[in-house]
Design a protein around this ligand. Structure first.
Ligand code: ADP
Ligand code: ASP
Ligand code: MG
Length: 423
């Protein structure tokens, strides 16, 4: 029996009852002979509530203080969980990210883990404790400031600890029974996937399937840590994410793994850009210098009469303000006319490694959208993914249409969502 890392998301520890239920499950793993490290998220929607509070006192809160505030959510959950475990007669100790040795760079609100030195966790385990670690946080290597890893970052904490401690598996406990062919909140007929490759899971996560965070899957692939995504509410086996299926893990030889959607992005259009070399470079340099990651980029054909063109790109809504400010600052040097900002967009993506070798997938995807009356604004593709941007209002309908068109609807059970508010 080896070491397991278990991560419990906010919906699994939403209230005292949830914490007690999770504590029992953790104790069971310990009783089965495992050494157990638990990573816990903030209770329910605590992080959102803390963000709302910060925005009430300051429209753009300072990064350092914002991180200090947000990490409080996970601290509450970790201490309560340790108490609940002790109440069941087992030893547990809680640790902040910093105490657990999660070392990051110093980019507040979206820090990257650069090292994990879990000496205190090892000691706690060796002394017979269950170690509880606050997810989503670390300490910066140079300034020794408290940092957070970006929304959903507890998944990354869990995999990083699993890698550093050489765990046999990283279990991600959430409010659905695993990874489905689409978000079960949107598609009732979505099917649970038994096994999925890191490659396809990476694309789903990058395209908005928030059941696993993209960085967490990247990390797991780099260190070859198998992930088991499952529900903390049911005892069911969930979805295995790994390089190769093991034992009786079923591989459906589907061309398509699933449909992802994302309504967390916005679109910026730079209007009236002179159509000459260096303009796109200048625009995206100013965005990069503001440490903003962008997603899709489209440049329109320039009107012959004016020699001007428009460039649109998408980015997380949370970065919208920063991007507009950065571009406004370089307006004179770049020489564009104006900026347009649109946060009523949504993105739908079809993912599957089988796309590489199956012609017609793109055509069927667009036909499904057209049959559903959905207008397409931007398109981007990779070898194993097609994504389109549409109006946000059309997203749910579009996801259902594409899911059906590719034969992914189950004809039996309806996907269960056990908790959470979907916020
Ligand atoms: P946690 O609080 O456990 O971290 P999250 O809300 O971050 O939970 O992730 C779980 C949610 O992810 C589910 O409730 C579901 O709505 C959503 N989700 C999106 N895409 C998928 C998918 N393909 N499979 C399963 N869940 C998905
Ligand atoms: N509590 C953080 C969030 O809501 C981190 C996490 O849940 O993974 O984003
Ligand atoms: Mg999550």
């Amino acid at each position: 029996m080896g070491l397991v890392v278990q991560k419990y998301g906010g919906s699994s520890v939403a209230d005292a009852e949830g914490i007690k239920r999770v504590a029992k499950r953790i104790v069971d793993a310990k009783k089965n002979g495992h050494q157990v490290v638990v990573v816990v998220s903030a209770m329910g929607d605590t992080t959102d509530e803390l963000i709302d509070l910060a925005e009430q006192v300051s429209p753009i809160p300072a990064g350092r203080e914002f991180d200090m505030l947000l990490t409080a959510g996970e601290r509450i959950a970790m201490a309560l969980l340790a108490m609940a475990i002790k109440n069941l007669g087992h030893e547990a100790q809680s640790f902040t990210g910093s105490q657990a040795g999660v070392i990051t760079d110093s980019v507040h609100n979206k820090a990257r883990i650069i090292d994990v030195t879990p000496g205190r966790i090892r000691t706690a385990l060796d002394e017979g404790n269950i170690a509880i670690v606050a997810g989503f946080q670390g300490v910066s290597q140079d300034k020794k400031d408290i940092t957070t890893l970006g929304r959903g970052g507890s998944d990354t904490t869990a995999v990083a600890l699993a890698a550093a401690l050489d765990a046999e598996v990283c279990e991600i406990y959430t409010d659905v029974d695993g990874v489905f062919t689409a978000d079960p909140r949107v598609v009732k007929k979505a099917q649970k996937i038994d096994w999925i490759s890191f490659e396809d899971m990476l694309e789903l996560a990058a395209s908005g399937s928030k059941v696993l965070l993209h960085r967490c899957v990247e990390y797991a692939r780099r260190y070859n840590i198998p992930i088991h995504v499952r529900s903390s509410f049911s005892g069911l086996r969930g979805t295995w994410v790994s390089n190769e299926p093991q034992g009786d893990q079923q591989v459906e030889h589907a061309i398509i793994s699933g449909v992802a959607h994302d309504v967390s992005e916005a679109k910026v259009t730079v209007v009236g850009v002179p159509d000459k070399p260096g303009e796109a470079a200048a625009i995206f340099r100013s965005i990069a210098d503001a440490e903003i990651n962008i997603d899709m980029v489209v440049q329109n054909v320039s009107a012959a009469s004016t020699g001007l063109t428009d460039i649109s790109f998408t980015l997380p809504k949370t970065e919208g303000r920063k991007a507009i400010d950065a571009l406004e600052k370089s307006k004179a040097t770049i020489g564009f006319d104006s900026l347009r900002y649109d946060d009523q967009i949504g993105k739908i993506s079809l993912v599957g490694a089988g796309m590489k070798t199956n012609p017609g997938v793109t055509a069927s995807f667009f036909e499904a959208l057209s049959d559903a009356g959905v207008n397409i604004e931007l398109i981007s593709t990779s070898e194993i993914r097609i994504s389109v941007v549409t109006r946000a209002d059309d997203v749910n309908e579009a996801v259902r249409a594409v899911h059906s068109a590719f034969g992914l609807d189950s004809d039996s059970d309806e996907a269960v969502v056990y908790g959470g508010t979907g916020r």
